[in-house]
Design a protein around this ligand. Structure first.
Ligand SMILES: NC(=O)C1=CN([C@@H]2O[C@H](COP(=O)(O)OP(=O)(O)OC[C@H]3O[C@@H](n4cnc5c(N)ncnc54)[C@H](O)[C@@H]3O)[C@@H](O)[C@H]2O)[C@H](O)CC1
Length: 496
């Protein structure tokens, strides 16, 4: 289990409905402040995410699709905050069911928006939206809330389809996408509901914590929060040295994929681990040592295929159990980055796992083979992407922590699921997974008994750093390893 606050429950629609009924009891005087918080949080998050595209345009055009209820109200409040922050931005508000249909709090949100910027807010009917040739910089979808999900009538479906076809730079859904609305981001206000995670139109899911769950126990499915990183923000004790922060051994690399293991080592060094030793093919070690001198590089005999040969197993065995100052040398292992599918390398890592009785291990990339992951008894974290997961699913040992990587990374352990609502397509480039394996390994080396914590913290940290990278430099013209330069600011909370 993670500490309270590091993960908040994901609820089904019925659970969310009951939860909100208990929280507000249908009392508008309690609902209105929560809507205000939601609207502000949406505005802040949208403007932050917009930075992946560049600066929010001074003369931005914002389209608000408002339904009858609180979801529409949240979108209208968000639009007000955006217009207040950007004094030349304009809002086109489309009341999808007509202005007269607004429920009291949505009506109040509309009135406040109109009063805050009377000459910058225009009401558009569906025909005006559909005819709009200029497009919009931002669209906020607040048509349907989760309380009310009717089958979408033809007229509304047509409007949504035409908005999908309009040029819009960023499409944001409030709480859940309405009908077939195709969101770039869905902002889950206060509660992440299960259908959002399953809806292919949700885009990137952002959890906006409105304080509903402080202190609540976790459910079987939960969303991770930045609080998962809290222990990494504390000052270190003064009477410590490198041995107090673990020693990670990384085994990988091949002539086919030399760079992958280098990236894992670089990431592990930035994770706070005291020592990192890498076991790589001997032709690579001197070059890597010149590039990354902080790590200890150990050149291993090479197989004819350019991978790690079996013959150096005794050398590895000696190093792994070597004692320095009374502490076992390795406190965690990462096996796999850049390993390639070399038969001798497979035999070597299978043997390493067989002789390793208790050092926790992260198995990544080509080490994710059914017979390898089932070898030995040491505790393990597996980090498969979707294809690798399919390949090894049936062989996953009980008790393993599984980091199922993808656009929405899911961490599974003992029947519980933790989703990470961080990271995005800036990670869709070679080496992102190698960095993640190095980070998780480095965290594990520092706390070898805490596998779930290392997996969750590493995933959140990696995803948040990716978000910072994309906000600073966009999604396109970057290199994977630039992510590492954003790890400090995630911990120091500078750019969130
Ligand atoms: N330079 C090299 O030597 C390379 C070696 N490679 C070999 O492949 C593995 C690992 O590959 P990697 O490229 O690191 O990718 P993974 O698929 O394991 O992990 C991807 C990582 O990124 C996240 N992600 C991807 N897309 C998205 C998205 N749209 N939204 C959010 N997050 C996303 C995903 O969740 C993962 O965390 C390496 O060891 C070598 O054996 C590679 O070919 C690359 C170059």
């Amino acid at each position: 289990m993670l500490e309270p606050g590091a993960a908040h429950p994901v609820l089904t629609i019925d659970e969310a409905r009951q939860f909100e009924a208990a929280l507000f009891g249908g009392d508008e005087t309690r609902e209105w402040p929560a809507m205000q918080r939601a609207g502000r949080a949406i505005a802040d998050a949208v403007l932050r995410d917009y930075r992946e595209l560049g600066a929010f345009p001074e003369n931005a055009r914002v389209l608000v699709l408002a339904g009858k209820g609180h979801n529409g109200g949240d979108a209208l409040i968000a639009a007000r905050h955006i217009l207040e922050k950007h004094p030349r931005a304009k809002a086109a508000v489309c009341f999808v069911f007509g202005e007269q249909s607004l429920r009291p709090l949505a009506w109040r949100a509309h009135r406040e928006l109109a009063q805050a910027a009377p000459e910058r807010v225009a009401v558009f009917d569906a025909a005006a939206v559909q005819k709009d040739g200029a497009g919009f910089d931002l669209c906020l979808d607040g048509i349907f809330g989760f309380q009310f999900r009717p089958s979408v009538d033809e007229r509304v479906a047509q409007l949504i389809d035409s908005v999908n076809a309009l040029p819009v730079c960023l499409r944001a859904a409030v709480d859940m996408p309405s009908g077939s609305f195709r969101a770039d981001f869905t902002y889950a206000t206060g509660i992440v509901k299960t259908p959002v995670l399953e809806n292919p139109n949700s885009g990137r899911v952002r959890y906006l914590d409105l304080g509903f769950f402080s202190g609540s126990p976790c459910r079987d499915t939960a969303t991770l929060t930045p609080a998962a990183l809290a222990p990494l923000r504390a000052l270190r004790s003064s009477h410590t040295d490198k041995r107090d922060y673990g020693h990670l051994f990384i085994v990988g690399g091949s002539r086919k994929y030399p760079g992958a293991v280098l990236m894992s080592v670089q990431a592990a060094l930035r994770s706070g681990a005291g020592l990192v030793t890498a076991f790589v093919p001997e032709s690579l070690a001197p070059v890597f040592a010149a590039q990354v001198p902080e790590a200890i590089w150990h050149g291993m005999a090479e197989s004819p295929g350019g991978g790690l040969a079996l013959e150096d197993l005794p050398v590895f065995r000696e190093r792994v159990s070597e004692k320095t100052s009374g502490t076992a040398n390795a406190t965690a292992l990462v096996i796999g980055p850049g390993l390639s599918r070399d038969r001798e390398s497979f035999a070597l890592v299978t043997e390493i796992l067989r002789i390793n009785e208790n050092i926790p291990v992260v198995l990544d990339a080509d080490a994710l083979q059914s017979d390898i992951i089932a070898s030995g008894k040491a505790p393990r974290i597996l980090t498969p992407h979707a294809g690798e997961y399919q390949r090894v699913e049936a062989a996953i040992p009980d008790g393993a922590v599984v980091v199922r990587k993808g656009p929405l990374t899911l961490i599974e352990h003992s029947g519980r699921k933790y989703i990470s609502p961080f990271g995005g397509p800036v990670l869709a480039r070679g080496g992102s997974g190698d960095l993640l394996a190095g980070m998780i390994g480095g965290l594990l080396a520092q706390a070898p008994g805490a596998l779930l914590h290392a997996a969750c913290r590493g995933t959140v940290w990696h995803g948040m750093a990716a978000d910072c990278l994309a906000r600073a430099h966009g999604q396109h013209a970057v290199r994977t390893t630039q992510l590492l330069d954003f790890l400090p600011e995630v911990l120091r909370g500078v750019s969130q």
